[in-house]
Design a protein around this ligand. Structure first.
Ligand code: SAH
Length: 347
């Protein structure tokens, strides 16, 4: 029988589970704290739990974690890139970024991705599988243990489409923000989606306080379809309605992400269309000069052109930033460290 994944239970679920094997509620509290506050990776470390119970747990449950296989540290800004191995030897990438306001970790939500965005390295080999809630947590827990520093912000912007792994992603949010665990404020969590409309609406109903970031990348339905196959399924109009719905239900301002690709979506008319979309909305725009990947011939605009694009939007009253490039001396774009690792291990 497959052992149960004990780190994927919320405190209430763990309490029920422990009751089902004849244990009292306070035991489940102790165990939860070992798993989610003290971040242990084995039952043996749970020193206030009796040996008999530890043995019982060992037999029927497993603490699924991730193992670091590579770490790169940027000399420029201290950004850390981690490559973690899962139980079945798949690898995922996570990033620790150090800001003045605290440490931010970017995690992966799937092994690979099936969304097919044209400029993205993570999708080139398609989707291998979804990550479990404990594998998403594991990336943060290991980073906190390895770096010895507290993580205060999370962005789910690594490999994968979180809303294509909806149940596991929602369970992860419940666990990581739970007061009996790391207790990361939901306001410090951002999830990025390419625009899976039904699940954006479902997420609005969860009444979380997390920020929703929408990967826009094109300001018309046609332009978006060129860059993002998911646009064939969900029309831009529907996607924007889902954003408005999320804002109405949660009061959280939407972040729009727009990867600037030279000559493709950074022209005068693109800016104009973008203004017409964003102006009526209470939102923030994050411009990301595209990180070129070797499999495609997309180029990033010059800094000057990116600034020009930004200024045009700013003049129309739009709240806009150009994403600061972190760790550009270590494997740059999303999914590139993992790709290099997989390519090297094939040789
Ligand atoms: N699946 C989610 C998370 C993806 S990664 C989503 O689509 O939103 C986070 C952001 O980085 C997305 O906006 C994604 O489109 C963008 N991105 C991916 N590869 C990029 C690249 N090479 N250059 C610039 N932005 C990229």
């Amino acid at each position: 029988m497959e052992k149960k994944d004990i780190r994927s239970y919320t405190p209430e679920e763990l309490k029920k589970e422990m009751e089902s094997i004849g244990e009292k509620a306070f035991r489940s509290k102790q165990i939860y704290s070992w798993l989610h506050e003290k971040l242990v990776d084995s039952f043996d470390e749970m020193t206030n739990v009796s040996k008999a119970l530890r043995e019982k747990l060992e037999r029927d449950y497993e603490i699924y974690s991730v193992k670091m296989v590579e770490r790169q540290i940027s000399k420029m800004d201290g950004t850390n890139k981690f490559l973690f191995a899962l139980r079945d030897n798949h690898v995922v990438e996570s990033v620790l970024m150090r800001y003045k306001h605290g440490n931010s970790v970017c995690i992966s939500s799937q092994v690979g991705c099936r969304m097919g965005c044209r400029f993205c390295a993570s999708t080139l080999d398609g989707l291998a599988r979804n990550l479990t809630p404990s594998e998403m947590l594991g990336q943060i827990y290991q980073i906190q243990k390895i770096s010895g520093e507290r993580v205060s912000n999370i962005v789910i912007m690594g490999t994968g489409e979180p809303l294509d792994n909806y149940e596991n992603f929602v369970q992860f949010i419940k666990l990581v923000s739970n007061e009996c665990g790391l207790h990361i404020s939901q306001r410090n969590i951002t999830v990025s989606t390419c625009g899976i409309v039904p699940n954006m609406k479902r997420l609005a109903e969860e009444k979380f306080q997390i920020t929703l970031a929408l990967s826009l990348h094109g300001s018309t339905q046609e332009k978006r379809r060129e860059l993002m196959p998911v646009a064939n399924k969900y029309d831009l109009k529907e996607v924007l309605e889902a954003c408005d719905y999320y804002f109405d239900k949660t009061g959280r301002r939407i972040t729009f992400e727009y990867s600037l690709v030279q000559g493709v979506n950074d022209r005068e008319e693109d800016a104009k269309e973008l203004i017409s979309i964003l102006k009526p909305r209470n939102c923030h725009l994050n411009l990301i000069p595209v990180n070129p990947i070797k499999e495609r011939n997309f180029e990033k605009p010059t800094r000057q052109n990116a600034e020009k694009f930004k200024n045009k939007l700013e003049k129309s009253g739009i709240n806009v930033t150009i994403r600061r490039e972190m760790g550009s001396d270590i494997d740059g774009a999303c999914g590139q460290l993992r790709r290099r690792y997989s390519e090297e291990s094939k040789i």
